[in-house]
Design a protein around this ligand. Structure first.
Ligand SMILES: [Zn+2]
Length: 341
């Protein structure tokens, strides 16, 4: 009779098992509680054992334990299947296709000023010019006096200078590097001096810090026509084959004669436009033959040697090449500006 109770539970379980949704952990858990929980059918059968006469207990115990193992094994399998299904569903919901390309790391580009500087160095290095970066801080001697600009010279008023101490300043031009170079090298030589310069000045076309490049050639029989030839080639390199140059008489304390160099407008090709104010020309740099007094200051014999020097602003070249309206944009670190290059 008691064995009937066991077989009845077993039949009930076997009948119920196929109808349980094996995709549902809750359903399988409910089945487990119904048979193996504290008040489950199988647990109740086990509790009955104590009420039996001693001689019936072994056979009953064996049967009920077999049932418990059978039910446990079935539910164990069902739980495993339901867990696996739950995991698959979770993966499907948050599917990641690992074969897809990842998010790219955006690559930077070179700064337009850096490009100009590299191109200038490359051009002159190929023509045998040495490159001397000089120093940002100069003394009065290198920045003014050795360049034929004595303390009372009116051209000092042209430059408002950042003084660091008495007669010590942030250089206002890269020309001082040429003095250092002439003091430490014997002619013949040719060199360029690119670098930052500093002036108390700030508007759309002037910045307190900008970049210049100066060049210097010293040898016997160096002439102004060689200067013009080199600068014409240089402008062709920067702005293309069609660009023309012209030289207008000017004044610098450290060159004699001195000239301003213009290039045909890079926007209109020389026909005249708003950017060149209708003239067809744009001012680009200064140049001239080295003043004999500068040679004397550096211990070079002006009777034996002649030379020429030139200088221009890198910022101005970059602005012309990319039609940049304000010099301040070049050092603003504004990504909206920089991403265009
Ligand atoms: Zn123009």
């Amino acid at each position: 009779m008691i064995n009937e109770a066991i077989s009845s539970v077993q039949k009930e379980f076997e009948a119920e098992l196929p109808s349980v949704d094996l995709n549902s952990l809750e359903a399988v858990n409910a089945l487990r509680v119904k048979y193996l929980g504290k008040k489950g059918s199988v647990t109740e059968l086990l509790k009955q054992m104590g009420k039996l006469p001693a001689e019936e207990r072994p056979a009953y115990g064996k049967d009920v334990n077999e049932l418990k193992e059978f039910v446990s094994a079935q539910i164990e399998n069902a739980l495993a299947a339901a867990s696996e299904h739950a995991l698959e569903a979770k993966l499907a919901a948050g599917f990641v296709d690992i074969s897809l390309p990842g998010d790219g790391i955006p690559a930077g580009s070179t700064h337009p000023l850096y490009d100009v500087r590299e191109e200038i160095i490359d051009f002159f290095a190929h023509m045998g010019f040495a490159v001397d970066l000089g120093r940002d801080i100069e003394t009065d001697w290198y920045n003014f006096e050795a360049l034929n600009t004595p303390p009372d010279h009116p051209s000092r008023d042209m430059q408002d200078t950042f003084y660091l101490a008495d007669k010590v300043m942030l250089r206002t031009h890269t020309s001082g590097t040429q003095i250092h170079y002439m003091e430490t090298h014997k002619p013949p030589f040719r060199m360029i001096a690119p670098g930052h310069v500093f002036r108390v000045d700030s508007d759309a076309t002037h910045a307190p810090m900008f970049q210049q490049c100066e060049g210097l050639v010293v040898d016997e029989n160096i002439s102004f026509s060689q200067l013009k030839g080199i600068l014409q080639l240089f402008m062709n390199q920067l702005f293309g084959e069609g660009v023309k140059t012209r030289f207008r008489p000017s004044f610098f304390p450290f060159t004699e004669p001195s000239a301003e160099m213009d290039v045909s407008c890079v926007f209109c090709g020389g026909t005249g436009c708003r950017r060149c104010k209708g003239t067809g020309w744009m001012e680009l740099g200064g140049c001239g033959s080295v003043d004999p007094n500068v040679f004397k200051n550096c211990g070079i014999d002006p009777e034996k040697y002649t030379g020429f020097a030139f200088g221009f602003g890198l910022d101005r070249i970059a602005m012309l090449r990319h039609a940049i309206p304000e010099i301040g944009l070049l050092t603003s670190n504004d990504q909206r500006f920089l991403n265009q290059f």
